[in-house]
Design a protein around this ligand. Structure first.
Ligand code: GSH
Length: 211
């Protein structure tokens, strides 16, 4: 397994996308530095940051000990989680069928559960103009997605059998169920999984970074 001598540089703001990577780094127990990119102050548009994260979003990392010993930068939370999981051979299975399952649920989170809940949040809580159509559309989609997750977790401790980067990707958003207008008691498997996730010290530490 790889060792990390020099700290990973984490470019971060305490949001459900940011905490995916702080949780991962805490779970790995490797050294890292937190560089706050204050997205409330548009720091994500700074030219220096755009060199690392051309889509002007957190999270991003720079690993000074990348492949071949040279530095590497990675943006997009799913890509960062896979990079770290494969580098340290943790939280990602070695067998192809099991990898496909983790990839499916990682992509499901990055392409669906995160963005749809983000829109729900935005239209219900942040938008100055309250648009009933948009609020209902994203609330309904959020509820549907919690249902999908609930069914996937039936009879399982974790999303894909063993604890994996799919769980790490999903907890930050799933945990924010109240502002999503989700009644978590209606999704018992999700509720129990959230508690299971929050019994892990690294998850608690990762969720607390920068708050
Ligand atoms: N698909 C991206 C989404 C990242 C994302 O939406 N980050 C938000 C904070 S949660 C951000 O940096 N927003 C700043 C902006 O859009 O200008 C990922 O998974 O990394």
């Amino acid at each position: 397994m790889s060792k990390q001598t020099k700290p990973i540089e984490l470019y971060y703001f305490p949001t459900p996308n940011g905490v995916k990577i702080s949780i991962m780094l805490e779970e790995l127990g490797i050294p890292y530095n937190v560089n706050i990119i204050n997205i409330m102050k548009d720091e994500q548009f700074a030219p220096e940051f755009l060199k690392i994260s051309p889509n002007n979003k957190i999270p991003a990392i720079v690993d000074p000990e990348g492949p071949g010993g040279d530095s590497i930068s990675v943006f997009e939370s799913g890509a960062i989680l896979k990079y770290l999981a494969q580098k340290f051979d943790k939280f990602y299975p070695s067998e192809t069928r099991a990898q496909v399952k983790v990839d499916e649920w990682l992509m499901w989170q990055v392409g669906g559960f995160g963005p749809m809940l983000g829109q729900n949040h935005h239209f219900a809580l942040f938008a100055k103009e309250k648009i009933d159509y948009a609020i209902k559309r994203y609330r309904d989609e959020t509820t549907r997605l919690y249902g999908v997750l609930d069914r996937q977790l039936a009879g399982k401790d974790y999303i894909c059998t063993d604890f994996s980067i799919a769980d790490i990707a999903t907890i930050g958003w799933a945990n924010k169920n109240e502002p999503q207008a989700i009644k978590i008691d209606e999704f018992v498997n999700v509720k129990n999984w959230i508690e299971r996730m929050k019994s892990r010290p690294a998850v608690i530490a990762g969720l607390a970074v920068g708050k």
